[in-house]
Unconditional design. Sequence first.
Length: 194
Amino acid sequence: MLVCIKINNMYKKSIDKIKPKFEKTIDYLKNELLGLQAGRATPNLVENLEINAYGQKMLLKELAAIQVPEPRLITIRPWDREIITNIVAAIRDSKIGISPVTEEDFIRLNFPPLSEERRKELVKIVHEKIEECRISVRRSREEVWREIQEMERNKEITEDDKYRAKDELQKVIDEYNKKIDEIKKKKEEEIMTV
């Protein structure tokens, strides 16, 4: 009986070690989707832009105060006025598609209402990000499945344990795919809501 429990723990460790990877994948997906404009201005659209400042790359949120005084307006007030041009250049080079307006000591980003065409483009981008996430999940699943098969070849687990492990692995995969689907659905609704 003790041997059986030890063996079961072997494949459970393999399955459990991919859960943090999946959580990172989900977090990455959420952060990527936060950067997509969905009709409302949000600091997430710009806060992680990399800015060339002081001889290195720094995130915008480390260099400036980012505020949303109105639903379609973001103001960026750098702590050092000397880097305003660097920030403007980074915004222009980014994929947010908004032209920055420079005032004396701050930058304004005005977000126009999204056209139907732009909404459809954003949904396509969401689908691309979702597919990247699914590919990452599939790769991790294949990696763990190979480990489990190797355990069986090495007689570390039985054939029954291998198939039990496959079922448990699939449950974990299904759980994370469901989370991905929920994120996708929520973001699509957010984008398509006028």
